[in-house]
Design a protein around this ligand. Sequence first.
Ligand SMILES: NC(=O)c1ccc[n+]([C@@H]2O[C@H](COP(=O)([O-])OP(=O)(O)OC[C@H]3O[C@@H](n4cnc5c(N)ncnc54)[C@H](O)[C@@H]3O)[C@@H](O)[C@H]2O)c1
Ligand SMILES: [Fe+2]
Length: 386
Amino acid sequence: MKEFSISTQIYFGEGAVDRLSEIKGKKVLVVCDSFIRTSDIFTKVNEKLSNCTVDVFSEIVPDPPVETVALGIQKLEGCGAQIIVALGGGSAIDGAKAIVEYYNRLHGMKSEIEEFYAIPTTSGTGSEVTEYAVITNREEGIKYPLVGKSLLPSVAILEPEFTVSVPGAITADTGMDVITHAIEAYVANGATDFSDALAEKALTLAVRFLPQAFADGNDLVAREKLHNASCLAGIAFNSAGLGITHSLAHAIGGKLHVSHGRSNAIILPHVLRFNAGLDDVVGSDYRLTAKKYQRLAKLLKLTAINVNIGVNNLVKCIVELQNQLGIPTTLEEQGVDLELLNESREDIIDAAMADVCTSANPVTVSRQDLAKIIDEITVRKAIYLK
Ligand SMILES: NC(=O)c1ccc[n+]([C@@H]2O[C@H](COP(=O)([O-])OP(=O)(O)OC[C@H]3O[C@@H](n4cnc5c(N)ncnc54)[C@H](O)[C@@H]3O)[C@@H](O)[C@H]2O)c1
Ligand SMILES: [Fe+2]
């Protein structure tokens, strides 16, 4: 028996933020970062909450560390909010999720929190509909994904206008996170017809509208479609799981401070090749994963007359997208300190092996496999020309 469910109410499209006006007479804590706090986005949200008492925790930083979560819990203790509004990118939403999770664990039945609203301002993580929150232990350089149904937001508000101000480079990185979610969920161990349908739609929308949103950040149609794609991919991977692109991205992001989306973008083409296992095929006995990649290639209207060509063209499509979006293809080009990478190599492999996403990868991986992928992403290689 399998199960598919999504309990988050999703409001989307222009004017979705109006949903906040329905909250009346409550104590609200808005969790965001300092940029969002001083932006028009915050002003609009605050206006919609005019019937409530609003407090703000604006200490969120990218890849929120445990110390920030602790500060947020203190803030929550002080203000006694009943409603949490997480406003920002994945970092703000994940930070808020962790704050609420630990606050609830401390207070049990006495917790007064009634609802958790997630308002993403990047089109990337899908955190507004997932049971995940990624928190960083800076001392050890490790990113920990927290997982559990209690982390699922009650309401998601996808207001496309809130993503218009996202700069090109962040649009590109976060958009590649969407694409990685869709592709990893499509082949993950937990994939089903239900998650596949969402992943397929998310991928076609993202591949079509990410370059458009990147080229013209004010293109509201592209922004809306990309925002929807991000959420659809989030629902897909929340059900199906992810894979080793994410395990490595968490490990590399934690140690070498490369943004989540960018790490994924650099790693993804290599993991596609590894998971497809084209070099090990005897006769036409292709892995299901390779056949599913071929299916995605067909969906994207790439030439895919056989599995080999389909997989190669999917990889090529991702690499070309990377080039079009100005994303480097290796850690060296990304400007990573290669000496530090070398020193941290074993720790990165340890963290990636232990990551929750590794168990969802369709192919069992060894430390040697991960080491090989790390080698491949370190220096330039035209991998799709194999
Ligand atoms: N919970 C999940 O399911 C999940 C999934 C994938 C990734 N993550 C985590 O999410 C985090 C990354 O989130 P992200 O990629 O959204 O980046 P982010 O939240 O760290 O934001 C990146 C930058 O964009 C800025 N920004 C956000 N919205 C903006 C806007 N509208 N206009 C201008 N600037 C804006 C932020 O201020 C920040 O400086 C990582 O910690 C990653 O590990 C979580
Ligand atoms: Fe991600």
